[in-house]
Design a protein around this ligand. Structure first.
Ligand code: SF4
Length: 234
């Protein structure tokens, strides 16, 4: 069995996919989003090693809590960096009747990723911004990267939740919500859009790593802003 590098595990998570979920945070990410909440997951050589078998054995202890909607979510970091390992976890989860959910930025799409998606029940895909300029400036890749990923999810009709962090002064206006709505309109695989508030509790992680938090001076998004934007996404 492949060994993978894990940042941490949350046994009973309720915010990363449907129902109650066993959430495995992978180590390693090739992107450097300026709003990143988890810079401590970036380094692929960090964290601890585990096998897929060890992870699924651990998850099985919580099946009674999963109910009909819950299951295993893999998040990060960027799980696609350890695609083979992720595929082993999901294949084993399916063998045990456990639902699988992949939380990703959609930054890699190759044959191995397609194999992973063949054992994925739901994808939580970040669409961080709606313009190429904002993507290039604040994520470091073209908007075409996640959109190509979304094209594939649509082709395979894999259930998809789109997630976007709302960042005041950057993507918190009504026009931004309208642009997101029209960008996603052609994709019938998308059955949910989740807007998340930009938070700065992660500042302490940047301090510990002795790296600059590029968005440190941007205010956090309020619940009222999220509520207002959600109205336009209905
Ligand atoms: S993809 Fe996620 S983990 Fe990677 S830099 Fe962006 S926000 Fe951070």
């Amino acid at each position: 069995m492949t060994e993978g590098r894990i940042h941490s595990i949350q046994s009973l998570g309720t915010v990363d996919g449907p129902g109650v979920r066993f959430v495995v945070f992978f180590q390693g990410c090739p992107l450097r989003c300026k709003c990143c909440h988890n810079p401590d997951t970036w380094d692929l050589s960090g964290g601890k090693t585990m096998t897929a078998e060890e992870i699924v054995e651990k998850a099985k202890k919580y099946v009674d809590y999963f109910g009909s909607d819950g299951g295993i979510t893999i998040s990060g970091g960027e799980p696609l960096l350890q695609c083979k390992f992720a595929t082993e976890i999901f294949a084993l989860a399916h063998q045990n009747g456990i639902n699988t959910c992949l939380d990703t930025s959609g930054c890699i799409l190759n044959d191995n990723v397609k194999k992973l998606l063949s054992v994925t029940d739901r994808v939580l895909l970040d669409v961080k911004y709606t313009t190429d300029a904002l993507y290039r400036e604040n994520v470091g890749c073209s908007i075409d990267t996640p959109l190509k990923f979304l094209d594939y999810l649509n082709k395979k009709q894999i259930k998809t939740t789109i997630r976007q962090v709302i960042i005041p002064t950057i993507n918190d206006k009504v026009e931004d919500a309208m642009a997101l709505k029209s960008l996603l309109a052609p994709y019938s695989c998308v059955d949910k859009i989740e807007l998340l508030s930009f938070r700065k509790i992660c500042s302490v992680k940047y301090d510990q790593l002795k790296i600059d938090f590029p968005f440190k001076d941007i205010p956090e998004a309020t619940a009222e802003t999220i509520e207002k934007l959600n109205e336009y996404l209905k």
